[in-house]
Design a protein around this ligand. Structure first.
Ligand SMILES: [Zn+2]
Length: 466
């Protein structure tokens, strides 16, 4: 406990401390942050003009919020970052399971203590993290889990009734005076939703047939998949009506945002011996794979394709590039087109396929990768400008590349093929062989996908020919 803070109810009162509701507290602190220009969600990319203003307005108006969005749209992260709107410390009655307001306790035990000890009742100071809770909704969650349970022995003894009941508190009361988030709300059984509505709106709830008054002070946030949400009957209407704001989250709308998140979130190691250099086009390809997956009819769009797919793909791509660099004794780690098949294990776990046909998944992913490469290639080049390269191949040239081929081999190729040099130069290789290698592969594959070069796979290598 911090020094100098009042330790009893009496001292708290003497200090003039005012207890405000959690929504008032969040609103006040948000206003302060807006006033000082402090960014509320500095690590959330791409929501500056869409989601964040709506969220701030919802907090300023004290509304309960439903976040609607597919998986991997930073919903949980945004909700957790709302903890930063809580005061550094707030007082609660010490030892209370539900963080009772020292001036107006609601639990039986605190009211008894205040009646007996008055102003001498001790208080504790809660930190923001202690005032946040969340739960993934599942059909088997009960009222006891979320709200509470009455003690069956005491009920049998007939000792308590109504708000005199002794309650074993569930998750939401334990987050009293804080923020509680229920993820995937539509998965809660209807009966539980009714209980939730009662606690929010009527401030009482039926437990084992007893009407229990529970005037909680909770900022209750929920998330839902848009399709479940619009599905009739998945959320009971009164509960739906209770929420003041529906905020629709989305995937990054721009490639730069997808790349920004990828780079921010990827797992980083400190390998002093190796320098990782990722050409911009390789980043764009990774982002584009995810973006194409989000539009693919073969991918289940209800589940969506999380930014986590981009992050995992990016990590796998760099891992293969590192593995090669170690093996062939190069210091610079630069991913190439021939590293792309190694993202398949990463993305496979991140998308759900519409088809159930075994083995088709890999084909679908290969197509997505090819689609991404050609889309990015066509942003950088017009095949017409590479016609001299194509002609060189038409006269009988062929080259072999692979994910284990040493970079100087590509430098030779680059010299050998008329016109290739000029195209490679456009990609800013700083004269570094591993960057030349990556550029050469990008151009050859781009020409192949534009049907200007043929490609064969031979024993783990790829051959391009006219
Ligand atoms: Zn209490």
């Amino acid at each position: 406990m911090a020094k100098g803070l009042p330790k009893t109810i009496g001292k708290l009162r003497a200090s003039g401390y005012q207890v405000v509701s959690v929504k008032q507290e969040m609103r006040r602190n948000l206003m302060q942050k807006i006033r000082t220009g402090e960014e509320l969600f500095s690590d959330i990319v791409g929501y500056e003009e869409s989601v964040i203003p709506q969220l701030e307005n919802a907090i300023l108006s004290g509304q309960d919020i439903i976040f609607l969005g597919e998986r991997g749209q930073a919903k949980s992260r945004m909700i957790r970052s709302l903890v930063s709107l809580l005061d550094e410390r707030v007082p609660a009655i010490a030892g209370c399971e539900i963080n009772d307001n020292p001036y107006r306790p609601i639990c039986r035990s605190c009211r008894d203590r205040v009646a007996e000890e008055g102003d001498n009742v001790e208080i504790a100071w809660l930190e923001p993290e202690q005032r946040y809770g969340e739960k993934l909704a599942t059909p088997d969650i009960t009222i006891a889990d979320l709200i509470g349970e009455v003690d069956p022995i005491k009920v049998a003894e007939g000792r308590y009734l109504s708000d005199e009941l002794t309650i074993h508190y569930g998750l939401i009361p334990r987050t009293n005076r804080g923020i509680f988030c229920i993820n995937e709300l539509p998965d809660l059984a209807e009966r539980i939703q009714v209980g939730l509505f009662n606690i929010m709106e009527e401030r009482d709830v039926q437990i084992r047939g007893y009407r229990v008054r529970l005037p909680l002070d909770v900022c209750l946030l929920v998330t839902a998949n848009p399709e479940d949400y619009t599905n009739r009957g998945r959320i009971i209407t009164p509960l739906k009506d209770r929420y003041g704001a529906q905020i629709r989250t989305h995937y990054p709308r721009r490639v730069e945002h997808e790349i920004g998140i990828m780079e921010q979130e990827m797992y980083r190691f400190d390998d002093a011996d190796y320098e990782v250099i990722v050409p911009q086009y390789m980043k764009e390809i990774v982002a584009e794979i995810t973006r194409l997956a989000r539009r693919s009819p073969d991918v289940n769009q209800r589940s969506g394709v999380s930014v986590r797919a981009s992050i995992a793909d990016y990590e796998s791509l760099l891992a293969n590039a590192l593995r090669r660099a170690i093996r062939i004794g190069e210091r610079e780690v630069v991913p190439r087109i021939s590293d792309l098949p190694y993202v398949i294990p990463a993305i496979s776990g991140k998308v759900e396929f519409e088809t159930v046909e075994d083995g088709r998944e890999e084909q679908i992913l290969e197509k997505l990768i090819q689609g991404a490469v050609v889309a990015v290639f066509n942003r950088y080049f017009n095949v017409v400008e590479l016609e001299d390269v194509v002609i060189r191949f038409k006269t009988g040239l062929s080259v072999e590349v692979s994910d284990t081929l040493r970079s100087p081999e590509y430098v030779k190729m680059n010299r050998q093929v008329t016109g290739l040099n000029r195209a490679v130069a456009k990609l800013d290789t700083e004269g570094k062989p591993p960057l030349v290698a990556s550029a050469v592969e990008f151009i050859l594959e781009g020409l192949h996908l534009n049907k200007r070069l043929n490609k064969d796979r031979v024993a783990g290598r790829v051959q391009y020919r006219g």
